[in-house]
Design a protein around this ligand. Structure first.
Ligand SMILES: *Cc1c(COP(=O)(O)O)cnc(C)c1O
Length: 368
């Protein structure tokens, strides 16, 4: 069986280094927010080419904390609106609703799967305070127009960079394009920890300090509570693992790009719509997502041939039970079409060339 994602194999590449740093952390006697976390924050800042990095417990918290900090700082308040793609993982929107802000869903562009930037301006009202852009599947979602809009309407631009670490737009890393961004180091992400963790990267020093305080019980110094904060700290052991794996992320992303290129050049089947051949550095291929009207049949066919695939994502967030009150009767045809037709093929730095060739041949054999 060709696994969708072989985490064991991914981490086995760095096994000796990971075991060494794990034993160092065990022996250190210090397990949360210590030197390892500081080192990783510095390395992440260097990798990003600027900004303040704040390590937190997971990607959802990173995004929640950005909004929470903007509220504490008086830039936003309950009931304000945030423009966000309808085609995203639910975490992007949970970060908004969890802060009692109002998500305004915008349809994607069918070619990029990302929020259609042309539709933003029409959605801006007097209550709009921010635009959240998601670099979905690892593909950059950005243009100069976004900056123009943010200045014109005084909006914060927040990036959900959970799937796109390492991608660049005109030499700038995603996560450093807008005002603040959330990273996830969930084990299956391009830069995965061996457990949960995440980070915020932002330009503004005051915002960074506020987020750091909020993430540690709202406490700037021990037993002094400035805000009603969260417990969202990064473990030293995860920071140590991430410090090791960050050194290899650019290399791993370029392996993903090679696989994507091979897929795009070699999958030739009328029943399958391939992603557009993107500018090399504007996509880090967290997922390689095809579309087909024959999804169920194709997935079953591939499984019978020993190829595991997944669907990202099967139910659009506006149709989820948890949002039935907020998005009652909302129809979003492009988002819904995407959710009916997408299928993610295996892509990772450890898949063999042989397996990739076999996946292409098998896809080319599929018919109805
Ligand atoms: C994974 C992910 C998140 C949340 O990250 P966690 O670390 O799982 O909390 C947020 N947004 C997107 C787009 C994601 O893929």
């Amino acid at each position: 069986m060709i696994k969708f994602l072989d985490l064991q194999k991914i981490n086995a590449q760095y096994s000796a280094e990971l075991k060494l740093v794990a034993s160092e952390v065990i022996d250190s006697g210090w397990y949360l927010l210590g030197e390892r976390v500081k080192e990783f924050e510095t390395s992440l800042q260097e990798f990003q080419g600027g900004g303040n990095a704040v390590a937190v417990a997971n990607g959802l918290d990173a995004l929640r904390l950005i909004f929470k900090a903007y509220i504490e700082l008086g830039f936003m308040k309950e009931g304000d609106e945030v423009i966000v793609p309808a085609n995203t993982y639910i975490a992007s929107v949970l970060a908004i609703t969890d802060n009692k802000l109002v998500p305004v869903l915008v349809e994607p562009n069918l070619d990029t799967f990302n929020l259609d930037l042309n539709l933003i301006e029409n959605k801006i009202t007097a209550k709009t305070k921010a635009i959240m852009l998601v670099h979905l599947y690892g593909k950059v979602c950005w243009s100069e127009d976004v900056e123009v809009l943010s200045k014109k309407y005084d909006l914060k631009i927040i990036e959900d960079n959970a799937q796109a670490i390492g991608a660049t737009w005109k030499g700038i890393r995603t996560g450093n394009l807008g005002d603040a961004s959330g990273f996830s180091f969930y084990p299956g992400k391009n830069l995965g920890a061996l457990g949960d963790s995440g980070a915020v990267v932002c330009k503004d020093d005051v915002l960074a300090t506020t987020i750091r305080t909020l993430a540690n019980y709202g406490s700037p110094t021990k037993y002094v509570n400035q805000y009603q904060g969260l417990n969202s700290r990064m473990d030293e052991i995860q920071a140590a693992f991430l410090e090791v794996k960050l050194r290899y992320i650019d290399n791993e992303n370029s392996l993903r790009q090679e696989i994507a290129k091979y897929y795009i050049q070699n999958i030739k089947n009328e029943l399958i719509i391939l992603p557009k051949n993107d500018l090399l550095n504007e996509h880090v291929w967290h997922l390689f997502v095809i579309r087909t009207t024959q999804r169920e049949k194709l997935q079953k066919f591939l499984l019978e041939k020993g190829i595991q695939t997944l669907i990202h994502y099967p139910i659009p967030l506006h149709k989820q039970q948890c949002y039935s009150k907020i998005f009652d009767n909302l129809t979003l045809p492009i988002t819904e079409l995407i959710h009916e037709e997408v299928l993610s093929l295996p892509i990772s730095p450890v898949i063999s060339k042989e397996d990739i060739v076999y996946i292409c041949e098998t896809l080319n054999d599929f018919n109805i």
